[in-house]
Structures are given as structure tokens and as C-alpha cells.
Design a protein around this ligand. Structure first.
Ligand SMILES: NC(=O)c1ccc[n+]([C@@H]2O[C@H](COP(=O)([O-])OP(=O)(O)OC[C@H]3O[C@@H](n4cnc5c(N)ncnc54)[C@H](OP(=O)(O)O)[C@@H]3O)[C@@H](O)[C@H]2O)c1
Length: 342
């Protein structure tokens, strides 16, 4: 089935199930990033209401995180000890490392939801040293780095718990869109990371850079899951599209990006609560979801267009895998080796 307008429209109006059940959730520990608002907030609310033992809310603004925690406590009646607000900023990799170190101190971890992301309306570079634009720095590099640091730990945790532990990464259907393809088609044959840092080249197509960042993320994860199967790592990594939802995602997306988001929402937006059910599904989707695109609480790899499966795309996937792995390995020696030798 191709990903046409009417396919998306029909899907958006579906009433989604709450796949994670109380009995699966009670007493367990979860980590949800970007959970002070939007889909992450609603996901934490579900987990708290279903009796999770502990939920770590990974946020870049802790006062906003504490407000969200208080709201969830008053709405669900969960004990004060259940929710913890920890700082992390995906554009600052040292904070991601510290966040993961703290996670490693937990007695148990049953699932991770990497939900945090940005959709930028203008070119902002958070770190002058690599010159990467914010969509790429946060949605691609920061998100991947966190997963990479977690995999060896979650493998050991899974053995301890006698379970496979999921990392649910929140992507988007726009990763598979013509907008993402318009940037993909313009990529040169040299270094991808150097190429995407070239503001002059990409400024005319910048309104497609958020979809493109989700595309780059997916292409890396697809390679990662080939290199690191569940049988080897004991960790499931899946890619969830939550659908078009009423959240604050467009707060930085002025101009054409913001207009596109608002228009899509007006026509077919779901509530953030309904969208958050896809995050819960990612946590229970199981081994068969490893490396797969999940949408409307189902595995929907059949949404992946042919241009993402041909020879050129496979080569590109390999290039992004090699490059991002080398970048992370240089930044934090041994981190990729720990994943691939899992
Ligand atoms: N809403 C949609 O229609 C839609 C559609 C497809 C995919 N998604 C995806 O769904 C996920 C959740 O988005 P949302 O719609 O709930 O948007 P949102 O309301 O804007 O929430 C995004 C969250 O990510 C956090 N965040 C942003 N940059 C960060 C950084 N550098 N480090 C740590 N946290 C950061 C935000 O924190 P602050 O509050 O501090 O900024 C916020 O908590 C994202 O991955 C998004 O791409 C959303």
C-alpha cells in the first residue's frame, strides 16, 4: 500500500488501542524523553495511571518537567516517588551521557521511549565544532547517541529481568515523504554530515529539513538493527510514527514548516493523548518490531516507499551508518564497539 493522502487521512481517524496493559506495566520502570509536554507527557500519564513503579522524565527544562510531574500526579493520583525529572539535552551530548549514566544506576529498566525532538523553522547551529543544524543535531545525532549508549546496558538488564527491553524511537511518517526525498536527492557523494551542515546549499530546501532529519534517523536505525539483531543484543529498537497530533511541535517552526503542520492538523490532527498510544504500542510491539516502522499501533513497513529500498538507498544507509558510527566513536571511544560486539 502506498503512502498516499487518503491512506494517511483514513489512518488519522482511527481510534487507537491502548496496547500496554495495566498488568504489563505495574511496578515497572520506564524512561520517556521530552515528557514535559506533548506526546511524551501523555505517555508518562498513561504509565503513571497504569501503576508503573517508576517513570524517569528526561527533559531539557527541569522546571517545566517539574510542573508536568505535578500535573500528572494530581491527575493520576500516583505517588510522588513514581515520577522523577532528570535533565538531558539532546543537542549537548555530554548531558546525554550523564543522563544515561544515571539510568544505569536504576535497579530495573523495562522500556525506553526516545520521544524528544524539534522541528525548526530556521537554521540554528547548537555546536560550532561540528556545525550541524539543530534538526540534525537533536533528531539524528543526539537521539542515536542515547540509543547507542543504552544498548549494552539494556542487554545486561534484559538478562537480569529475563526479558528483551525495547527502545522505542519516535520518528514520523514524514521520514518516508516526498519532502524527505527532495533533500535525499540533493545529497552529494561525499561526507553526509559535512554536506548537511552546508547552510548555503540547504537554505532553499530548509522547510524539508525536519522530514529529512527523521529520514536520516530511520536510515541509521535500519542499519543498526541489521548489525545488531535482537538475538545478539537482547534489545528491540523500533521506529514509531505517532501520526499528526495537536502538540507544541511547531513552536519553533515559523514560515512554511509551521504552516504545513497547522494545515495538516486542521484537516486530520489527533489529540496528543490518542497519539501517545502509539508510543505505548512501541513498548509492547515485541521482537518482530525490531527495525520496523510502526504506525497506528501496527507494524507498517509496507509504508516504506520503493526509493528507500533500492540499491542507492541501501548504499546511503550504509554511508550514514559508517559516518555516524565513526563520529560517535571519535567522540566517545568504544561506544560503537560496545554496541556491535554486544
Ligand atoms: N505532533 C505531531 O504531529 C508529530 C508528528 C510526527 C512525529 N512527531 C514526533 O513526536 C515526538 C514528540 O513530539 P511532540 O509532537 O510531542 O512535540 P512537542 O510538544 O514539541 O514535544 C517535544 C519534546 O521534545 C523536547 N525537546 C526538544 N528539543 C530537545 C532537546 N534538545 N533535548 C531534549 N528534549 C528536547 C521538548 O522539550 P521543550 O518543551 O523543553 O522544548 C518537548 O518536551 C517527536 O519526536 C516528534 O518529532 C510528532
Amino acid at each position: 500500500m502506498s503512502l498516499g493522502f487518503f491512506t494517511v487521512l483514513r489512518a488519522q481517524y482511527k481510534n487507537l488501542p491502548i496496547s500496554l496493559k495495566k498488568e504489563d506495566c505495574a511496578g515497572k520502570t520506564y524512561v520517556v524523553t521530552g515528557s514535559n509536554t506533548g506526546l511524551g507527557f501523555e505517555c508518562v500519564k498513561h504509565l503513571a495511571a497504569m501503576g508503573a513503579g517508576q517513570v524517569i522524565m528526561g527533559v531539557r527544562n527541569t522546571s517545566s518537567g517539574e510542573k508536568a510531574k505535578a500535573t500528572i500526579e494530581s491527575q493520576t493520583g500516583c505517588a510522588e516517588s513514581v515520577l522523577q525529572v532528570w535533565h538531558m539535552d539532546l543537542s549537548k551530548l555530554e548531558t546525554v551521557k550523564l543522563f544515561v549514566e544515571k539510568i544505569k544506576g536504576l535497579d530495573r529498566v523495562d522500556g525506553i521511549v526516545e520521544n524528544a525532538a524539534v522541528a525548526m523553522g530556521e537554521w540554528v547551529v547548537p555546536n560550532k565544532d561540528d556545525g550541524l543544524e539543530m534538526n540534525v543535531a537533536v533528531n539524528v545525532i543526539g537521539t542515536i547517541y542515547m540509543a547507542v549508549l543504552l544498548i549494552p546496558f539494556l542487554r545486561a538488564m534484559g538478562k537480569q529481568l529475563g526479558a528483551v527491553v525495547p527502545i522505542t524511537i519516535i520518528g514520523s511518517i514524514v521520514a518516508l515523504s516526498p519532502e524527505a526525498k527532495s533533500c535525499y536527492d540533493k545529497l552529494g557523494s561525499g561526507s553526509i554530515l559535512e554536506d548537511v551542515a552546508d547552510q548555503t546549499k540547504w537554505e532553499p530546501l530548509f522547510h524539508h529539513f525536519y522530514p529529512f532529519s527523521k529520514f536520516l534517523l530511520y536510515m541509521f536505525l535500519r542499519e543498526l538493527t541489521h548489525h545488531v539483531p535482537v538475538s545478539k543484543s537482547g534489545v528491540i529498537v523500533n521506529f514509531v510514527s505517532p501520526g499528526i497530533c495537536y502538540t507544541e511541535l511547531d513552536r519553533n517552526a515559523h514560515g512554511p514548516v509551521g504552516r504545513q503542520v497547522k494545515m495538516a492538523r486542521m484537516i486530520m490532527g489527533r489529540t496528543a493523548e490518542m497519539g501517545s498510544r502509539t508510543l505505548l504500542h512501541g513498548l509492547v510491539a515485541g521482537r518482530e518490531s525490531h527495525g520496523k516502522v510502526l504506525s497506528e499501533c501496527e507494524i507498517k513497513d509496507y509504508f516504506i516507499p520503493d526509493w528507500m529500498k533500492d540499491e542507492k538507498a541501501l548504499t546511503m544507509g550504509n554511508r550514514i551508518w559508517e559516518e555516524v558510527s565513526a563520529k560517535l566513536e571519535q567522540l566517545d571511544p568504544g561506544c560503537m564497539e560496545a554496541v556491535t560486539n554486544c
